[in-house]
Design a binder for this molecule. Structure first.
Ligand code: CS2
Ligand code: MN
Length: 343
C-alpha cells in the first residue's frame, strides 16, 4: 500500500512540509480547485501542482476529485460537452503521471452531516450525522443550513436542481452513470489511469435525491457496467460503514481480491441505534468498525493501491477545515502504518 494525505492546495492551512514529517507518508492526493465544475483542467495548473508537491519531497499520483457536472448525472443540458471536457482532464492528468482519479456520482450534495463540531466526551470535536436533525432539514423550503454546504449553492440553483432531479429516479441515474463510464473508461485506459468511484455518504437517499453507490449489490452492479480494472472503487470504509448492513471488512476483502480497489479511505464511525453516526478516532476501540481487520483484509489480498486516513477529529486545540486537520489524521495514518507493519 502507498500512504497518502489529502491536501487542499496553497490555501490549505497545513503545509506540505508538515505532511512530509508524518513518517509513513508517500504522497499527496489533491485537486485543482479554481476551475468551475465541468471545465477542463489546464495542463499548466496540473503540472504546477505536481512540481510543488515533488519539491516538498512527496509524490503526486492520485486526484480527489475530478467533480462530475450535474448535467452529466442528469443526462441533460450540456452533458456531452462536459463529458468531452472530463476526457480532456483525464488525458492531461495522464500526461502528468497521475495513476488514480477518485470521483463520485452523488446528486447535488457530497457528504452530508448535521453538525461539524460536535464535542465528544474527551473534548475533541467531530463530524456527526443525527437522523432526527437530518429529518428536520429542508434545503428547498426551509433555511438551507446544511453544514459544509451553505456556501456552495444559491437557493434558486438548488430549486432548479431539485426540479431537474424530480425526473431522475435510481434507474435513470444508473443509465446516466453507465453512459458516462462507457465514454471515459477507454480514455482512462489509454492514459494509464484507473478511475475509482467514491461511495455515497451516507449511503442512502437524502432529501428525496437518488443515491446508488451504497451497498454490495450496487457495487457489484457498478463494477459490471464496464467490467475492467480501470473501472474501480475508492473503498471508503467510513461512508459504507455508516450503514450497519454493509460488512466493510468482508467487502473490502472481496473487492480488493478482485483487483478493483484502487484507493482506500479509512476512518472509523460510531453507529448509534437509530442509524445515526458520529465520526471517531481511527483506533478500533473508539468506533464500530474494526480497522485492524480492514487493514488485515488489505494486507492479505496484497493491496498495492493508495490509502489515506479519511476525516479526523479536531484535537489539541487545532482549528481548520472540519475533518481535515493535521493531528488526528496523522495519528490515523500512523495507526494504519503500525497495523500494516505488525501484520
Ligand atoms: C471525502 C469525499 O471528505 C470526504 O468525505 O471522502 O468528499 C470525497 O472527496 C468525494 O466524495 C469524492 O468524490
Ligand atoms: Mn471518503
Amino acid at each position: 500500500m502507498k500512504m497518502i494525505f489529502r491536501w487542499y492546495g496553497d490555501t490549505d492551512p497545513i503545509s506540505l512540509e508538515y505532511i512530509r514529517q508524518i513518517p509513513c507518508m508517500d504522497g499527496i492526493v489533491s485537486a485543482i480547485y479554481d476551475v468551475p465544475v465541468g471545465e477542463a483542467w489546464s495542463q499548466e495548473s496540473i503540472d504546477k501542482m505536481k512540481a510543488d508537491i515533488e519539491a516538498a519531497g512527496l509524490k503526486f499520483e492520485v486526484i480527489e476529485s475530478v467533480p462530475v457536472h450535474e448535467d452529466i448525472k442528469l443526462g441533460s443540458g450540456r452533458c456531452d460537452e462536459y463529458i468531452e471536457n472530463y476526457k480532456t482532464t483525464i488525458r492531461r492528468l495522464g500526461n502528468a503521471g497521475i495513476k488514480v482519479i477518485c470521483y463520485n456520482f452523488m446528486p447535488v450534495f457530497d457528504w452530508t452531516r448535521t453538525q461539524l463540531d460536535k464535542r465528544l466526551p474527551d473534548g475533541s470535536t467531530a463530524l456527526v450525522c443525527y437522523n432526527d436533525q437530518l429529518a428536520d432539514m429542508d434545503p428547498i423550503h426551509g433555511e438551507l443550513s446544511l453544514p459544509g454546504w451553505d456556501a456552495s449553492y444559491k437557493k434558486e440553483d438548488l430549486v432548479a436542481l431539485f426540479e431537474a432531479y424530480s425526473h431522475v429516479d435510481e434507474e435513470k441515474l444508473w443509465s446516466n452513470l453507465e453512459h458516462f463510464l462507457k465514454e471515459i473508461i477507454p480514455v482512462a485506459k489509454e492514459s494509464g489511469i484507473k478511475m475509482a468511484i467514491h461511495p455515497d455518504d451516507p449511503p442512502r437517499p437524502i432529501f428525496g435525491l437518488p443515491r446508488i453507490i451504497t451497498c454490495e449489490e450496487n457495487l457489484d452492479r457498478f463494477l459490471k457496467l464496464v467490467d475492467c480494472e480501470e473501472n474501480g472503487l475508492t473503498f471508503c470504509v467510513g461512508s459504507l460503514g455508516c450503514d450497519a448492513k454493509n460488512d466493510t471488512v468482508r467487502l473490502i476483502r472481496k473487492y480488493s481480491e478482485m483487483g478493483r480497489v484502487h484507493f482506500a479511505h479509512v476512518r472509523n464511525v460510531k453507529l448509534l441505534p437509530d442509524g445515526s453516526f458520529e465520526e471517531s478516532s481511527h483506533y478500533t476501540p473508539c468506533g464500530s468498525i474494526d480497522i485492524k481487520e480492514i487493514i488485515r483484509a488489505l494486507k492479505e489480498t496484497n493491496f498495492t493501491g493508495y490509502i489515506r486516513p479519511d476525516h479526523g477529529r479536531m484535537i489539541w486545540g487545532e482549528t481548520g477545515k472540519p475533518g481535515y486537520g493535521l493531528y488526528d489524521r496523522a495519528l490515523g495514518a500512523m495507526y494504519m502504518a503500525g497495523l500494516w507493519e505488525a501484520l
